[in-house]
Design a protein around this ligand. Structure first.
Ligand SMILES: [Zn+2]
Length: 224
């Protein structure tokens, strides 16, 4: 089996060689040197929301475009890995979550869009940060248009209304397994980009409406 796996890997490697998305050097999807060139976000975001990179930076924009629309699936997880220290420092350590029950909840795609794209980039980013704690307790049953297509912020808020729901089965299975309840559960919502914060806001509201403690909900996006 070991040799067979190695054989498969060598075939896929030669068909789809791993190259840095920026400098095209071999072996990295995004090499550490290029990652350092990405501009970090310097804006303070409201409501316990954090973003690592700046979306105003063209390179960051390019990388995010690739992982979202160009099927650079594995790049999402790599970006998540590059963000794990940031999340640890700005959320987990800062709010002393180390010994608490906390989960990473990716902002979901609708099943239609998931089928089209084949993966949810937010879920892969989340897995890159911490696979063990990634839990899909949200579902989405309505697509929103791409942000650039929405005419204004109000329109986007309107579009997001009633788009999400809780995956109760997944949630209660987790609570039972970890012998805990909603009052003691911390949530970090994960997305690729946050602009107006409307999506995070909507999901936070939904969680609150289901009994989650607002003070225990945090948000992380790769870029703002
Ligand atoms: Zn590179």
């Amino acid at each position: 089996m070991y040799y067979f796996d190695k054989f498969i890997k060598s075939v896929t490697d030669s068909l789809f060689p791993v190259r840095c998305a920026m400098c095209k050097r071999d072996e990295f999807l995004l090499c550490p040197n290029c990652e350092k060139l990405l501009k970090t976000n310097s804006n303070t975001l409201p409501d316990k929301t954090y973003a690592k990179y700046s979306y105003k930076d063209l390179t960051t924009k390019n990388i995010l475009f690739k992982l979202k629309y160009k099927h650079h699936k594995n790049l999402s997880e790599v970006m998540g890995k590059y963000s794990s220290d940031f999340v640890k420092e700005n959320i987990i350590n800062k709010y002393n979550l180390q010994n608490k029950n906390y989960i990473l909840v990716p902002i979901p795609l609708s099943s239609r869009r998931l089928k089209e794209r084949g993966y949810n980039q937010a879920e892969l980013i989340s897995c890159g940060i911490d696979r063990e704690r990634t839990l899909n307790i949200l579902t989405r049953y309505k697509d929103t248009h791409r942000l650039k297509d929405a005419k204004n912020i109000d329109e986007r808020h309107l579009e997001l209304a009633n788009s999400f729901d809780i995956n109760k089965e997944e949630l209660y299975e987790y609570l039972n397994k970890n012998n805990t309840d909603l009052n003691n559960l911390y949530v970090i919502l994960i997305d690729d980009i946050t602009t107006t914060g409307a999506t995070f806001y909507k999901c936070k509201n939904l969680l609150q409406g289901h009994g989650f403690d607002d003070n225990k909900i945090f948000c992380f996006a790769l870029a703002h």
